[in-house]
Design a protein around this ligand. Structure first.
Ligand code: SAH
Length: 256
């Protein structure tokens, strides 16, 4: 497979392109031959057939996640950044994740667990699992070797495993996972769920409060306000993601 690039035009439109010999990239402001880019060091400018210049970089993980094909709605970048920290995903951790959807959160978790860690990721729907597998494998820095992508219901599959450091959920009914997550988690382990709706937050918070193996839950949301910064203006941009999901976390209590 050729290298992945992100091509950025003068309007800041971004295109994810895999450099393939003999092929052309076609954008709004003309085309560029892939052959002119192959073998070049990353971070350059290229001229299109219409005389425009485009900046060409290796994609950041954020570029990639926003441009990769989607099966389900992805976790937004502000949450992808905060979840690994708030769930204390550490290098070497063993993490269970569900559902996988498009694989955006999986990629963030795979980075955080490092070369010694692993993510066991469950997805109910085969077509989503296949999409996520392709997305993870196409991201080219070897993260795919740290993931075990399994088809199945996390509530059933968790029953057979133990020694899990973290359980990270982006699915509609995470309270149903609480009974199976408790014995699977190591003492001190953390379960975190991403939830769009406060009714879900309430239900999960109560499930944690009712379960003797979990310490009282904590709830938060991450808000990021982007700014415009050019020669004339330095101010908040007019639009922001005002809501995506709430985060709920709880710790597995010590064994005794
Ligand atoms: N976090 C993903 C998006 C997940 S969308 C991303 O960032 O790309 C929610 C997914 O959960 C859906 O694909 C759905 O099929 C899956 N799902 C729902 N309930 C599940 C369960 N009990 N076990 C495994 N997967 C489940």
């Amino acid at each position: 497979m050729g290298d992945l690039c992100v091509l950025i035009d003068r309007r800041d439109r971004r295109y994810l392109v895999r450099l393939t010999p003999g092929e052309k990239f076609h954008g709004t402001y003309g085309w560029i031959e892939c052959d002119a880019l192959i073998g070049q060091p990353p971070g350059l400018r290229a001229r299109t057939s219409k005389g425009d210049t485009m900046a060409i970089y290796r994609p950041t993980l954020e570029d990639y996640v926003l441009l990769m094909p989607r099966a389900a709605q992805i976790v937004t970048p502000k949450d992808l950044a905060f979840i690994p920290y708030w769930a204390d995903i550490f290098p070497g951790a063993t993490v269970v994740e569900a559902g996988v959807g498009s694989g955006a959160l999986t990629l963030a978790l795979l980075r955080a667990v490092g070369v010694e860690g692993r993510v066991i990721a469950y997805e109910l729907r085969e077509e989503f699992a296949n999409r996520a597998r392709k997305n993870i494998e196409a991201w080219s820095d070897g993260l795919a070797s740290r993931v075990e992508l399994r088809l199945g219901d996390v509530n059933v599959e968790l029953a057979g495993i133990s020694g899990i450091d973290r359980v990270i959920l982006d699915l509609p009914e995470p309270w149903a996972t609480v009974p199976a997550a408790a014995p699977a988690l190591v003492p001190g382990g953390i379960m975190l769920a991403y939830l769009p709706n406060t009714r879900q937050v309430d239900r999960l918070a109560l499930a944690f409060l009712d379960h003797p193996a979990f310490a009282p839950p904590e709830v938060c949301e991450a808000l990021v306000r982007p700014w415009v910064a050019d020669r004339e203006r330095l101010r908040p941009s007019l639009r922001m993601v005002s809501h995506s999901g709430f985060l709920v976390r709880a710790r597995r209590r010590p064994a005794r």
